[in-house]
Design a protein around this ligand. Structure first.
Ligand SMILES: *Cc1c(COP(=O)(O)O)cnc(C)c1O
Length: 413
């Protein structure tokens, strides 16, 4: 077992510590646990989210707008906070749309993506005045019909499944056969079909994949996306006013991960803006759509040790949380090889690591493993174990009903 990694040290430094305790939003975790009234809980640090948006603004060209992909963390308070910081919100369900519409963000700056949008959802979205990212010809026809029924001109964009694939993404969502978007070779026929329809076609959306830590690969994806959009723009009878370049910015989860080189991504985007997009599509609002990069590192999942036991030489810490709240940390959310998320004994931050322990959750399944053979300060029953990188795809990406334990609280501090 190795010493604490750079990712771990930087994560802890970002949250801060006081009196040997991890702090979130400046509040020591034990105090926060008392305030919440129970463990486990998710705590999100408002200032870290703000700082992350500032970092992006400093490194990306100012003409590039930022959209928050709400599915990464749909807690209403988080979405409210981000609505004051970013330029638009991207939702992928009617519930998320409702959360977004409750914020000060104007409906015209809310976009609705995702496959399988039903007629009912599309009616709601058209009535709300949000932009529909159409994922298929069927959806496009539903959008047109909804507009006719409501007497409202729908705002829409075509999500395009590109003819290239992005390497190095945790989850690939473009290239090859996909349930996402309209294959680029089918877009001209759809444009022809929609030419006479009463729909405000704003532009195109391409999202090739998620969780990429390589600036080089992201830059190449953005170049190819711009090429693709420019080739399609030549076939539209209307000026393109919206180009959503996707996102895919990854965050470091594991020991060997290095953070994304944001200045390099920004430099490439600046070139694309000045050389390709601004001269050819002067009316286009260019958008990057980010989820985990905005919120992932701003959250911790805080659990309490309820048992400590030694089994045939291995020490186990059993905590009151588990994969039912934070599936990704158990390695069961899209990972090929299970690795430990960074974690800490949150009330012993000043103590040196002194023993190797295995941290498990309270579910009666061997899958509920949160830290396999990690080096931690010796911990007792009653101590707090915090799991980092829990701000995105945590609670809402976990099987909360599995085994029927109580639902955790979420706080934005
Ligand atoms: C999920 C999703 C995102 C966000 O992905 P992250 O990896 O969290 O940044 C962005 N756009 C679309 C279309 C998505 O489905």
């Amino acid at each position: 077992m190795s010493a604490p990694t750079v990712t771990y040290r930087e994560t802890v430094a970002a949250f801060g510590t006081a009196g040997g305790q991890l702090t979130v939003g400046g509040v020591p975790v034990e105090r926060l646990a008392q305030r919440v009234g129970a463990t486990p809980f998710f705590a999100y640090d408002r200032a870290l989210i703000t700082r992350r948006v500032q970092l992006l603004r400093e490194n990306l060209p100012q003409q590039v707008q930022l959209s928050y992909a709400v599915k990464a963390n749909p807690m209403p308070a988080v979405v409210q906070h981000l609505a004051t910081l970013v330029d638009s919100l991207d939702v992928a369900s009617a519930l998320e749309m409702g959360t977004a519409l409750d914020t000060p963000m104007p409906p015209s700056r809310v976009s609705f993506a995702g496959p399988g949008k039903t007629e009912a959802e599309i009616l709601q979205a058209v009535a709300a005045g949000v932009t529909l990212e159409m994922e298929s010809a069927t959806e496009a026809r539903r959008v047109v019909r909804a507009g006719e029924r409501l007497g409202v001109r729908p705002r829409a964009a075509i999500r395009v499944n590109p003819d290239f694939q992005i390497k190095g993404s945790g989850m690939r969502m473009g290239g090859g056969p996909q349930q996402f978007g309209v294959d680029v070779e089918q877009v001209p026929a759809l444009l022809a079909e929609l030419a006479a329809a009463d729909v405000e076609l704003l532009g195109f959306h391409v999202f090739a994949g998620s969780q990429n830590l390589s600036a080089e690969i992201l830059a190449e994806a953005q170049r190819r996306t711009v090429d693709l959009v420019l080739s399609l723009a030549g076939r539209t009878p209307w000026p393109v006013r919206y180009v959503n370049l996707g996102g895919g910015f990854g965050i470091p989860y594991f020991d060997k991960d290095s953070p994304l080189d944001l200045p390099a991504v920004g430099a490439n985007l600046a070139d694309l803006m000045t050389e390709r997009l601004e001269p050819n599509l002067p009316d286009a609002r260019v958008v990057l759509e980010l989820g985990r990069y905005l919120v992932g590192e701003a959250g911790v999942y805080v659990t309490r040790v309820v048992d400590r036991k030694v089994s045939r030489g291995r020490t186990y810490l059993v905590v009151d949380g588990g994969l039912h709240h934070q599936l990704a940390a158990s390695g069961n959310f899209g990972q090929v090889i299970r690795r430990n998320y960074p974690l800490a004994v949150a009330n012993r931050m000043d103590e040196a690591p002194g023993e190797e322990v295995t941290v498990v959750g309270c579910l009666c399944t061997p899958l509920d493993l949160l830290g396999d053979k990690v080096l931690l300060p010796p911990a007792e029953v009653g101590d707090l174990v915090a799991i980092f990188q829990a701000g995105a795809y945590g609670l809402t990406a976990s099987p909360t009903a599995f085994l029927g334990h109580p639902h955790p609280a979420e706080v934005l501090v």
